[in-house]
Design a protein around this ligand. Structure first.
Ligand SMILES: *Cc1c(COP(=O)(O)O)cnc(C)c1O
Length: 485
């Protein structure tokens, strides 16, 4: 079939996730047909450097024959059996053992799911169940953060702090509260309503303010009513938000004063993204629960889970009786076999150490050079996750919503230009983000940075042309990412 045929059928029959259906129908989809290493290929013959690793997941890169073989062998041996009713199978057992070996020492159990969203649904049920079994059934509130992403099921989106998601589809799950996020550039340096009013608070002071907001929320709700605090080590979908150095230590101090479970959502940060097996290790957190997915299988097959610390596991096991929860595909044998092989390859190839000691620092050095571009107000990176904050070159401030109203997304413009220049870089509002495969080489990082610079140049040119024409030269459909803010 040809590109136009695919586009036509896609337009007629396929509702895409996180997509303005009508706008996409008008524009047409990009048809991705093949991928190898860090590159995807589309149906029009373009080769594009995928600096997002699919959706933060293809950590080992595309085209790994070992993973194909692991899947094929398991499909032949046992394509499906469940883990319900006192049954299991070798891939689930082996993967559970390996995960617990890689996880912090106090985490020795895993509950499998099909995705990160299902992992967070599991988290919500587990923390409330835990406290009920502890004789504290009022401890039901979960504190999460604004602009967090924890998935798209009802529980996932309720735990998440994306206002546009909350606004669609009816009431969210009760007893979930949100506190401010440690997004210094957006809310500390340039805080809406605080600009010019001495808002230029230091990152360190801002990080402590955010931790204080968590404590204030615990006190407002009452410790006796709070079950857990959930957070990503580095917010991914919210805009690759790396918290100020002061943030996690201050949060740990707060949590130490109250008896509240800590849930660290490792769906993006887990499996080497920050240069450790888990983001919790990088920040020295001691989570009670860690939802995982994405990089667990390098995205080759869907699988997620929750790593459960001894404190929660012992209560659920010793006192819980049957836990009425699980999925048909919990610990699916083929997905588990691929995840196991993925982790074995990561270990054999020293991928995590490579991110920490080699390509992570190299990306940081090269990525930082983009700060010299007139459109860039901040660059940040940690391990293999990074962001650029786009600013208005005329004012040196964030793009003015009056001059660049909703519907004219500078980030979206830049993202589309990136695609045309052979680079997948995603936009969240006016923040450009990357999360490349962990196998990316130094030469490919050089190429990534060069393509990003070219795309920024072209974005600046297009903005200038728009100014001259004194009107919107290009109208961009806002996506969920633009409508957040
Ligand atoms: C992607 C993501 C999820 C949801 O995972 P799905 O597999 O898409 O359901 C949850 N938490 C975080 C931090 C994520 O990035």
């Amino acid at each position: 079939m040809h590109t136009e045929t695919y586009r036509q059928l896609d337009r007629e029959h396929h509702l895409h996730p996180f997509t303005d259906f009508k706008a996409l129908g008008d524009e047409g989809s990009r048809i991705v047909i093949h991928a190898e290493g860090v590159y995807i290929h589309d149906s029009e013959g373009n080769r594009i450097l995928d600096a997002m690793a699919g959706l933060w997941c293809v950590n080992l890169g595309y085209g790994r024959e070992e993973l194909v073989e692991a899947a094929t062998a398991q499909l032949r041996e046992l394509p499906y059996y469940n883990n319900f009713f006192k049954s299991t199978h070798p891939p689930a057992v082996k993967l559970a053992e390996m995960l617990c070996r890689l996880a912090p020492a106090h985490m020795n159990r895993v509950f499998f799911t099909g995705s990160g969203s299902e992992a967070n649904d599991t988290v919500l049920r587990m923390v409330r169940r835990y406290w009920a079994l502890e004789g504290k059934p009022d401890k039901q509130w979960v504190i999460a953060r604004e602009n967090a992403y924890h998935g798209s099921t009802v529980a996932g989106m309720s735990l998440g702090g994306m206002a546009p998601m909350h606004a669609q589809g009816g009431p969210t799950v009760p007893k979930i509260a949100h506190v401010r996020q440690p997004y210094w550039f957006g809310e500390g340096k340039f805080a809406e309503g605080r600009v010019g009013e001495g808002c230029d608070i230091s990152p360190e002071a801002f990080g402590r303010e955010c931790a204080a907001a968590l404590e204030a929320k615990i006190l407002e709700l009452g410790e006796e009513n709070v079950a857990a605090f959930i957070a990503e080590p580095v917010q991914g979908a919210g805009g690759a938000i790396i918290p100020p150095e002061s943030y996690w230590p201050a949060v740990k101090e707060v949590l130490a004063r109250y008896d509240i479970l800590l849930v660290v959502d490792e769906v993006i940060c887990g499996f080497g993204r920050l240069g450790e097996w888990f983001g919790s290790v990088h920040y020295d957190l001691k989570p009670d629960l860690m939802p995982i997915a994405k990089g667990l299988s390098s995205g080759y097959l869907p699988i997620g889970g929750v790593l459960v610390g001894d404190r929660v596991a012992e209560t659920l096991i010793e006192r819980g009786g049957e836990f009425f929860h699980g999925f048909t595909y919990s610990g699916h044998p083929v997905c588990a076999a691929v995840a196991l092989k993925n982790l074995e390859l990561m270990q054999a190839e020293g991928i995590v150490e490579r991110v920490r000691d080699d390509v992570g620092p190299y990306l940081a050095e090269r990525w930082a050079t983009l700060a010299d571009h007139s459109l860039v107000g901040e660059v940040r990176s940690l391990g293999l996750i990074g962001a650029l904050e786009l600013i208005d070159p005329d004012t040196g401030e964030r793009f003015d919503k009056a001059r660049f109203p909703k519907g004219f997304g500078v980030g979206t413009l830049c993202r589309d230009i990136c695609f045309d220049h052979g680079l997948v870089m995603r936009s969240v509002g006016d923040t450009m983000i990357i999360s490349p495969p962990l196998v990316i080489t130094r030469a490919e990082i050089d190429e990534l940075v060069r393509l990003a610079w070219e795309a920024l140049d072209e974005t600046a040119r297009r903005l200038a042309a728009r100014e001259q024409a004194d009107g919107p030269a290009i109208m961009i459909q806002p996506s969920i990412e633009e409508s957040r803010s």
